[in-house]
Design a protein around this ligand. Structure first.
Ligand code: TRP
Length: 366
């Protein structure tokens, strides 16, 4: 069996450092590992519409933002197929068949959807049926590409579980047709969750606590110096400080290497030594922040440069997602054809069905 990756994002905003440490960096590593026969990344604009039906303009804008973010971190269209969900009609058809294999009670139990319903106020306003059913459409995404591996954040585990149930049920009723996928989740705590600069659990546009991959150096500096949460008890440089729950150190955990010390802060050999000093007292927040800014710049400036290149050649970007989407149409149409065949609803490409009808009608006459 082939080793196939499918993953995706809802295009609801530009991507930030949380996305970078949580998923983008690993996607690039997987892409370059040579271990996969195919890597597909789906820009899930239809899924984004399930809770943004009144604002398709926002989704449209962010499709290009997200593609630029992908290209600027090193996703390579020669190795990775980038495609747009709404232009893949096979996904819609698959969703419609899979909906019959799922109960509303089962959908109601999905913990991620439950939390999102609360967050979006749908519990009071009324719940759009499309939103309620998006885990089924995600099962269509995953199975349409015959994905074996789905790299996602932990919050997406219920979607993969739901997909596996649909695959098992489909194969049981109609015969072995769909591939059973596995989730691949981040390996360590740092990848799982990069907090906002204010220390809040998640980076979110509305909280203004993000550092975007497309932010300029001045903005990054402002977010770190002006907003980044440290240790409120560390008032004087000489005071002993806490590194746990100190956002500057959480970010250093995520981004710094021993080489960064040699380059920017040779007083210490590694992060452990630096933390020691901070805990003991005598190391100021200003020094720590300056070090972090240097490291973030080292990460972000090549990404920014790459982004600028693509922004100046938007026609090339357009061609990339068009070509990726056309390729994905072939892949997903083939799966839909296989599904229809397994269900024997492929009326117009299977003469055997017409013969069966004929036989049935003749038998009825006798
Ligand atoms: N639900 C995913 C998210 O919000 C996005 C997504 C859509 C996805 N389809 C997918 C992820 C298929 C993995 C596979 O992040």
């Amino acid at each position: 069996m082939k080793n196939i990756i499918l993953t995706g994002d809802r295009p609801t905003g530009r991507l930030h450092l949380g996305h970078y440490v949580g998923s983008l960096k690993r996607r690039v590593e997987l892409q370059n590992s040579g271990k996969f026969d195919e890597i597909n990344i789906l820009i899930a604009d239809d899924q984004a519409l399930t809770d943004n039906a009144d604002n398709p303009g926002k989704i449209r804008e962010n499709i290009i933002n997200v593609v630029l973010d992908y290209l600027s971190v090193g996703l390579d269209p020669e190795k990775t197929t980038i495609c747009v969900q709404s232009a893949l009609p096979a996904l819609h058809a698959l969703t419609f068949y899979y909906l019959n294999l799922v109960t509303t009670a089962r959908l109601s139990r999905n913990p991620t959807v439950k939390a999102e319903i609360q967050m979006r106020g749908f519990a009071d306003e009324g719940l759009p049926a499309g939103f309620f059913c998006y885990p089924v459409s995600q099962a269509a995404d995953i199975t349409a590409f015959d994905a074996t591996v789905v790299p996602v954040g932990e919050d997406q585990l219920p979607m993969i579980e739901q997909t596996r149930e649909i695959v098992e049920k489909f194969n049981k009723i109609y015969g072995e047709t769909l591939v059973l996928p596995k989730a691949m989740i981040p390996e360590n705590e740092t990848q799982r969750r990069l907090p906002g600069v204010d220390g809040k659990a998640k980076m979110s546009k509305s909280l203004g606590n993000c550092i975007y991959l497309s932010d300029d150096a001045k903005t990054v500096k402002k977010q770190v110096n002006g907003k980044m949460f440290t240790d409120p008890q560390h008032l004087q440089i000489s005071d002993p400080g806490h590194t746990e729950g100190n956002v500057v150190f959480t970010y250093l955990d995520a981004f710094c290497t021993d080489e960064h010390f040699a380059e920017f802060l040779p007083d210490y050999a590694n992060l452990e030594e630096m933390k020691e000093h901070y805990r003991r007292g005598g190391l100021g927040d200003g020094t720590c922040k300056k070090f972090l800014i240097n490291i973030l710049e080292e990460t972000l400036s090549p990404i920014r440069a790459e982004r600028a290149k693509w922004e100046n050649d938007i026609d090339a970007v357009y061609d990339i997602i068009r070509a990726g989407t056309l390729k994905a149409q072939e892949t997903t149409n083939a799966t839909l054809a296989r599904v229809r065949k397994a269900m024997r609803i492929n009326y117009f490409d299977d003469r055997a069905i017409i013969k069966e009808w004929d036989k049935m009608l003749k038998a009825a006459k006798q």
